[in-house]
Write a protein that binds this ligand. Structure first.
Ligand code: MHO
Length: 225
């Protein structure tokens, strides 16, 4: 390899490592894909949910008014720097999860919990059809006592509502750490609308949610815009 090629690679690596508060699953910078300015924006709050394949969960939250961004990642396990391959094998204790960046002036945590419960089946233990394993379990990760109380109340109300024959399996856990997933998992549904799983599982799940909660959705742009 020629010297100047090495220099270019070295410079690119150094640039991508600077000023990055969050690292992805490999400990690499996510600067190219993750919305760092948004992640540092003090006007936005963060909430963390797991309810099956994160491609689907990210797309659901991103359709909601007041949600500026949702980031796919891993949470709930002990293993540092988890990779998709490790999490998929069910060995890390992590669940596929999303970090939701939202504007508390537009939407509150309780409504995000409504979105969460309204967009999956919370009675499935360790799975979300058609994906099964602990990595697909249903979890609300709280970061303070208020979120914990809201999550517990919503779970109790849903259980008492008679909507489901089975008990609500959702775990309500303190967030230890959220690990952003590999870049190619971010905005996966939007970027891969023809991928077979996206077509047959993710998009129908998003559409079911949209049909159920039209009042929570972002304004649709007309095609003329
Ligand atoms: N069964 C799906 C799950 C994708 S999701 C990101 C697949 O393996 O493509 O876990």
């Amino acid at each position: 390899m020629r010297m100047h090629t090495l220099l270019i690679i070295f410079t690119a690596v150094m640039l991508s490592c600077s000023n990055t508060p969050e690292k992805n699953a490999q400990g690499e910078s996510n600067a190219g894909v993750l919305p760092l300015a948004m992640m540092q924006d003090e006007n936005l709050q963060k909430a963390y949910f797991a309810s099956g394949c994160f491609w689907c969960v990210e797309a659901v939250f991103e359709s909601v008014k007041g949600v500026e961004e949702a980031v796919s990642g891993y949470a709930g396990g002990e293993e540092p720097n988890p990779t998709y391959r490790e999490v998929s094998a069910g060995r890390t204790g992590h669940a596929e999860a999303v970090m939701v960046l939202y504007d508390p002036g537009v939407i509150d945590f309780a409504t995000l919990v409504t979105v969460y419960y309204g967009s999956h089946n919370p009675t499935t233990v360790n799975g979300q059809h058609p994906d099964y394993g602990t990595q697909y379990r249903s979890v609300i990760f709280f970061t303070n006592e208020e979120e914990k109380a809201i999550a517990q109340q919503a779970k109790a109300d849903l259980g008492a509502s008679g909507s489901y024959d089975q008990p609500i399996a959702t775990e309500i856990l303190p967030l230890q750490k959220f690990w952003p997933a590999e870049d190619y998992h971010q905005n996966f549904e939007r970027r891969n609308p023809n991928q077979p799983y996206v077509r047959s599982v993710s998009i129908p799940r998003l559409n079911r949610f949209k049909a159920r909660f039209p009042e929570l959705l972002k304004e649709q742009r007309s095609s003329a815009e």
